[in-house]
Design a protein. Structure first.
Length: 131
């Protein structure tokens, strides 16, 4: 497949595909008459990359998953270990987000005459949101 065909199938931009090649997430494409040619395994790798990123995995974590050889039964165990490591991070993020949501809901209903008189700014336990 050409890079255009891969982008049509996956919705990824050509620049993203070339970047993933450059950083080693995708193997270098074969060249035919100077044009990149990809196999069907590229489409699957791009699905793994996209899903991993949506799940909060770093590109290095995705790379570790993609480094498995075909039929590598240990790859699933690595996926389980990675998920088990990430779950506490996500659980903590959800807890922080719930606190912030509660604060924002209170702020949306606030009828204080000024910020100086608003008790919403007296809560030192409000967690900082990262990002």
């Amino acid at each position: 497949m050409t890079i255009g065909a891969v982008t049509a199938l996956t919705g990824k931009r050509p620049s993203s595909i070339r970047y993933y090649e450059q950083i080693g997430l995708l193997p270098p494409a074969r060249r035919v008459s100077g044009r990149r040619v990809y196999g069907p395994d590229t489409v699957r790798a791009l699905a793994v990359i996209e899903t991993g990123q949506r799940a909060g995995l770093s590109l290095d974590e995705v790379r570790a998953l993609l480094s498995a050889s075909p039929g590598d039964r240990d790859a699933i165990e690595r996926l389980r270990e990675l998920a088990a490591r990430k779950l506490p991070e996500i659980t903590a993020l959800i807890a922080r987000t719930e606190v912030v949501r509660g604060w924002l809901e209170s702020a949306a209903r606030c009828e204080c005459p000024s910020l100086d008189e608003c008790p919403l700014f007296d809560d030192p336990d409000l967690p900082a949101m990262e990002g």
